[in-house]
Design a protein around this ligand. Structure first.
Ligand SMILES: Cc1ncc(C[n+]2csc(CCOP(=O)(O)OP(=O)(O)O)c2C)c(N)n1
Ligand SMILES: [Mg+2]
Length: 770
């Protein structure tokens, strides 16, 4: 860590004021000045910004080093823009277009903002936790000699106090404790207000305890220097002040000096009269607003005092809307100053009308050089990173041999072969799993490449010579990061590892495994990872009712639909091992491609007979989402359309029916997701004059107009039934619509109509005259 530099506190205070003005003005401009053609409320959070201007000034203009990375509380986005505006890395046009199309984003966005945003935020809690996983990835890269000591940094999260209710934060700190996480500063803007009202009083001491028990240092910044001095000389007043509830405090801050006086007189009577005589109402209000999170000396001292690598939670007391007319009002979360109030603020800040956007407006000649010097030596200044951190060549991945295989077993095999072959890709793979490493077939890979821990963890069972198929010792060369059963953590880990190129200049190829139904458990975190364009391979296995005896709680139904609606994530559901190898190769390529995306592989434990291939012609179509496993005849009236583990049933039915249904084809679907995207993209392109049919249109146009499709997947039937809409073909959709249950494959496929009989009936239904 870099040593803190001595800083002019007065200049920092000036910057604090500038940030308050610029953030409030940006929001005001968007709501009250910019044309609003559609009448939609624009919004923005002036109060949430005002709450942490001092904290952010102290960080960005003093405490942060060049390698530090920050997740900014979503509704403080305008402050981050204001900081970059002062640094010269944000444009006035973008601020004038705040919350407009292509303008500065409402909530910091890595992908859409033009300023360098370290972590996107929006869904509260997730921005906090990802910093922890990013810090673990930093340690991983250092241990693997991919990151120099001088390139390491600290990970900072700026947190709203109500955000601390999000459970994913606690899942993360528990995982962090196991991995001895370090270099974290989490700074709570403790303004004691949430969106709806003031926040609960009782929990706060508990938060300290929770963090401490996970190995964190907790630093409470309750008072500013002035208030601290007054209260320490007046124990009665201090006792009184500390008994005020969150709601009472907020209300008093809103009401101001006269209300403080009245309340003190009522509660403390004569005991307070000497004290009250020293302050007029204004001074009284000012005194009680001198909380730690608004006091520059206190903040600088606290940040300078935490230069080791111990993870630290700062609880900075603040007032929501500090310095604005609705400070402390419980309804101020989305509150906006009206034009009169904004004009009054402009006056008090010395900003001339018409000069509102000038970065250093309102700063006197004497103060200016100090402020400019501070801005100049800000160490956080950097350009938005381009994605050029080298490319990794992805070798051809051969399909594992074997007449009967499951895609899950093949996945383990392909990784093992890759590990044995070695090379840059294999060395850059990092695997992780929430306590299902072995049961998702990562075991062989882990035996080869080892578990990762910063400090060695002996394999006690191996040392005691107890027979086990699995090596479970860890050291800092390992390439598998073990996680507890918290699926949200898996996705945040994948998000952090999947951003390692941008964050650390080192591409990693993260692979996460979990059971398919438990995707739902971490869905918001998965979406969050995709939202910021993190790149990874998600392997979800086993899936569907094909899991048989495990029963309904473990049998997934709707993840293909989730994938169909999830941007940034490509769903592949191969049936055969050679398809899987092709998909994995593609997934690795997509991780490294600047225009790529993440991949979700939905796999199965069902071992099926592999198809014989005469050539590789299937490959190209498969990668685009599907191919004719059995070509249709000319003008075929029907086709079976199948995905994944039910392919043997589809093939058997095709074999049985082809004599009766001339030209019957069997279409293997590998990615409904890609087919759908291709279809809509081709439609949009047609309006731009391009007439190339999409892959799915080409596939389906091999059938007679009005042909019937029997679609079948071990998943929600809607995953494939939409195919009928492409060319207006009739569809009989087979799939799973009720929760699964225990049973043999024959039992379940029959009960849920995924067997040959169901396919035959569905084909007959389609071919009956209407
Ligand atoms: C997961 C999620 N749920 C709800 C919201 C809506 N929301 C945005 S801010 C907020 C309250 C934030 O209060 P706090 O964290 O104390 O921040 P403050 O504005 O007081 O600094 C809520 C509920 C959200 N953004 N994300
Ligand atoms: Mg709050």
């Amino acid at each position: 860590m870099l040593k803190p530099v001595a800083t002019d506190i007065e200049s920092l205070k000036t910057l604090d004021e500038r940030l308050r003005w610029l953030s409030a003005w940006t929001i005001h401009h968007a709501n009250h000045i910019r044309d609003n053609d559609d009448g939609l409320k624009v919004g923005g959070h002036q109060a949430s910004c005002a709450s942490m201007t001092a904290i952010m000034a102290a960080l960005y203009f003093h405490a942060l080093g060049p390698n530090d990375r920050v997740a900014v509380k979503p509704h403080a986005g305008p402050l981050l823009h204001a900081i970059h505006y002062l640094l010269g890395t944000q444009s006035r046009e973008a601020l004038e277009n705040f919350r407009g199309f292509g303008g500065a984003q409402s909530y910091p966005s890595r992908t859409k903002d033009k300023i360098p945003v370290d972590f996107s935020t929006g869904s509260v809690g997730l921005g906090v936790a990802i910093t922890l996983f990013a810090s673990l990835i930093q340690d991983y890269l250092t241990a693997h000699a991919r990151l120099e000591e001088q390139d390491r940094g600290r990970f900072v999260a700026l947190i709203g106090d109500a955000e601390l209710d999000e459970g994913n934060i606690y899942e993360a700190i528990i995982e962090g404790a196991k991995h001895d996480v370090r270099n974290l500063w989490w700074i709570v803007d403790y303004n004691r207000q949430s969106l709806d009202a003031t926040s609960a009083d009782r929990m706060f001491e508990r938060f300290d305890e929770i963090f401490r028990s996970c190995g964190w240092r907790v630093v409470e910044l309750r008072y500013g220097k002035k208030l601290q001095a007054v209260l320490s000389g007046n124990p009665a007043l201090k006792g009184w002040f500390e008994k005020l509830s969150n709601a009472e405090l907020s209300a008093l801050h809103y009401q101001g000096g006269a209300a403080w006086r009245k309340r003190i007189e009522a509660d403390l009577g004569k005991k307070a009269s000497a004290f009250l005589k020293e302050y007029d109402d204004n001074a009284l209000a000012l005194l009680f607003t001198d909380l730690g999170g608004h006091c520059m000396e206190t903040l600088v001292e606290a940040f300078d005092g935490a230069q080791d690598d111990v993870p630290t939670l700062f609880i900075a007391w603040t007032i929501k809307g500090f310095g604005l007319p609705f400070a402390g009002h419980k309804d101020n979360h989305a509150g906006l100053m009206n034009p009169t109030q904004t004009a009054a603020l402009r006056e008090t800040m010395g900003v001339r009308e018409g000069h509102e956007w000038e970065p250093l407006e309102g700063i006197g000649d004497n103060a200016r050089p100090g402020v400019e010097a501070l801005i100049d030596r800000t160490r956080i200044v950097r350009e938005k990173r381009s994605r050029s951190f080298g490319t990794v060549s992805v070798p051809h991945l051969p399909a594992p041999a074997g007449e009967e295989q499951s895609t899950q077993a093949a996945f383990g095999r392909i990784l093992l072969d890759l590990s044995k072959a070695g090379g840059d890709l294999a060395d850059r793979i990092v695997t992780t799993s929430p306590d299902v490493t072995v049961s998702t077939n990562l075991g062989a890979w882990v035996n080869q490449r080892g578990l990762f821990r910063r400090s060695d963890m002996p394999d006690v069972f191996a040392q005691a010579k107890i027979a086990s198929a699995q090596k479970w010792g860890a050291n800092n060369n390992g390439q598998h990061i073990e996680l507890g059963i918290a699926e949200s953590n898996l996705f945040l880990m994948l998000a952090a590892a999947g951003l390692s190129g941008d964050l650390f200049g080192q591409r990693l190829f993260p692979i996460g495994t979990l059971y398919d139904p438990f995707i739902a458990r971490g869905l918001d975190s998965l979406n969050y990872a995709c939202y910021q364009d993190a790149r990874f391979l998600l392997v979800a296995t086993p899936s569907g009712i094909t899991l048989g005896p495990e029963g309904g709680a473990h049998q997934s139904i709707n993840p293909p639909l989730i994938a169909l609606g999830q941007p940034g994530l490509r769903h592949y559901e191969p049936a055969y091992a050679d398809e899987l190898a092709a998909m994995m190769e593609e997934a690795f390529r997509l991780i490294d491609d600047p225009n790529g995306e993440s991949t979700y592989l939905r796999l199965s434990t069902r071992s099926i007979e592999q198809v014989e291939r005469t050539d590789e012609s299937w490959r190209e179509g498969a990668l685009q989402g599907g191919y004719w496993l059995r070509e249709p005849g000319p003008n075929a009236e029907a086709a079976i359309v199948a995905m994944g583990a039910v392919m043997p049933e589809a093939l058997a039915a095709w074999d049985e029916l082809r004599a009766d249904v001339p030209g019957l084809g069997l279409l293997a679907i590998i990615s409904p997701d890609l087919l759908h995207r291709g279809w809509t993209a081709a439609q949009a392109a047609r309006w731009q004059g391009e007439r190339k049919p999409s892959h799915v249109e080409q596939l389906l146009s091999r059938l007679a107009p009005g042909a019937g499709l029997v679609t079948i997947a071990d998943a929600a039937p809607a995953s494939l039934s939409w195919l009928g809409g492409v060319l207006g073909q009739r569809v009989a959709p087979l799939g799973v619509e009720k929760f699964g249950q225990t049973g043999s494959l024959a039992d379940l496929y029959s009960a849920y109509r995924l067997d040959g009989a169901a396919i035959t009936e569905a084909v007959a239904e389609l071919l009956l005259p209407a």
